[in-house]
Design a protein around this ligand. Structure first.
Ligand code: FCB
Length: 472
């Protein structure tokens, strides 16, 4: 089979991806590593949160997760068998600096050294994320992301990890999903540190963006020319049932507080005026924005990561209605329940919304896009050494076709990372939601490649997704 270009249907109904397209899978430190007290690692906000009764389903914690800290070499061998060209992982700040500032723990850094060396030995490109939510608890104790100092400490940490791995890691991401850190962590408190303070969430959003910009500047200043830097927001497509002004306004408000509050300052446009006005009743949060901050935030990235799972359905509500849940602080909007095809997590599966989102980003974002997360949770059954996860496979294939369609329409998408390589600790849902293309038995730590994992391997082998349903 020859890959002739993004729009070409090749051979027996195969939709081919560009020849240099990157195929990978993603994980995050706290979700897979386990060994939460090994080698001098300090506690993170997720250790504290998980240890607090009622916060995480079933009282699950970061132990044992996938025991990846000790089994990383086997896991890299597994990635190699799947044919992954790249692996997106995150570095645990509390392993590297147990209190988030000052003293560096060499044994923590050494783990990422070993992981990177193992990846390179298997021809797999490491893509390092510096912050995937595991803030050192000591940093939270001094204000967390609501405190400006955290942004500076994050930049220090980013610089020292970059310095250590710069000779082997070329692809870097500062933050994973700052919206979740800010609005789930400090808005409605369903994620660590579990704080309910909507105005604080907005301040956290700014300090996260500031930390991103400071980290970017610190790393870029010391980076070889071929290093590429990015940030990874989470995206949705905001859906309304009626195409009228009231509904469009409701959609715009949610889009503002989820997407534009990050995209606009990253692009150098500052915070969107309508978002600032909509949230003014919470108090003067833009007051934390100091002279010069917006220029730091707008430090250019080389690519933008796109995490996409499902659309968000909204409708207009009365002006006083305060949106419950993650958009705490937003008035005049109601969030509607998902509908249609749902995953096991109750999230709506909508691949067409993915194409629409990518087309929108293609129009609005000046840099190439990389799909840094996409996937679905369903309950799995291991039978006879196999996991026939037909629904997850279908989600995967549908969403890969959606990416292919977007590329065919001219959107510059450079890669796709499946979420996730392994079933893992799914935050507040604990081990109850399985997103892996590889099944993990958390009792025995046995790994079983699911049907979806085999499908991903086939896609990678052909650099193409079938137009028909042969995989799923
Ligand atoms: C994203 C997170 C990732 C994982 C998936 C399901 O929001 O970045 O860690 O939990 O959702």
């Amino acid at each position: 089979m020859t890959a002739t270009g993004p729009d070409t249907e090749v051979g027996q109904g195969l939709l081919s991806f560009p020849p240099d397209f990157t195929w990978g899978a993603a994980t995050a430190s706290f979700q897979i590593e386990g060994s939460t007290t090994a080698d001098g690692r300090g506690p993170s906000i997720w250790d504290t949160f998980a240890a607090t009764p009622g916060r995480v389903r079933g009282g699950d914690t970061g132990e044992p997760a996938c025991d990846h800290y000790r089994r990383y070499a086997d896991d890299v061998a597994l990635m190699s068998r799947l044919g992954l060209g790249a692996y997106r992982f995150s570095v645990a700040w509390p392993r590297v600096q147990p209190t988030g500032a000052g003293r560096v723990e060499p044994r923590g850094l050494a783990f990422y050294d070993r992981l990177v060396d193992e990846l390179l030995a298997h021809g797999i490109e490491p893509v390092a994320t510096l912050y995937h939510w595991d803030l050192p608890q000591a940093m939270e104790d001094s204000g967390g992301w609501r405190a400006r100092d955290t942004a500076h400490r994050f930049a220090d940490y980013a610089a020292l990890v970059h310095e250590r791995l710069a000779d082997r890691v070329r692809q870097w991401t500062t933050l994973n999903e700052p919206w979740c850190s800010a609005f789930l962590g400090y808005g409605n408190g369903i994620h660590a540190p579990g704080v309910v303070d909507p105005r604080g969430a907005l301040e956290a959003a700014h300090h996260l963006l500031l930390g991103h910009g400071l980290a970017l500047r610190a790393m870029r200043g010391a980076a070889p020319a071929d290093h590429r830097f990015s940030v990874v927001p989470n995206f949705s497509a905001v859906r309304v049932d009626v195409d009228d002004d009231r509904h469009r306004l409701a959609a715009r408000k949610v889009d503002g507080l989820q997407h534009r509050i990050f995209l606009d300052p990253l692009a150098g446009r500052g915070y969107p005026a309508d978002v600032v006005a909509d949230t003014a009743w919470l108090g003067d949060w833009p007051g934390v924005v100091r002279d010069g901050d917006l220029a730091v935030v707008a430090t250019p990235v080389d690519w933008l990561g796109v995490n996409y799972y499902s659309p968000t359905r909204v409708a207009p509500a009365s002006a006083e209605h305060v949106t419950a849940g993650p958009f705490a602080g937003l008035r005049g909007v109601a969030l509607l329940p998902p509908r249609g095809r749902l995953t096991g997590f109750g999230w709506e599966a909508d691949a067409r919304a993915f194409t629409e989102l990518l087309e929108r980003l293609g129009r609005e974002v000046a840099v190439p896009l990389v799909i840094t997360e996409n996937g679905s949770a369903f309950p799995d059954v291991v039978a006879g050494g196999r996991v026939e996860d037909v629904e997850r496979t279908r989600y995967l294939v549908d969403h890969l076709r959606a990416v292919h369609t977007a590329i065919g329409r001219g959107v510059d998408v450079r890669g796709y990372f499946a979420w996730s390589l392994l079933d893992n600790f799914e935050w507040a849902a604990g081990y109850g939601q399985r997103f892996g293309v590889v099944h993990v038995d958390f009792g025995t730590q046995e790994r079983t490649v699911k049907r979806s994992g085999h499908a991903l391997a086939e896609v990678i082998r052909h650099n193409a997704v079938p137009a028909d349903d042969r995989l799923g």
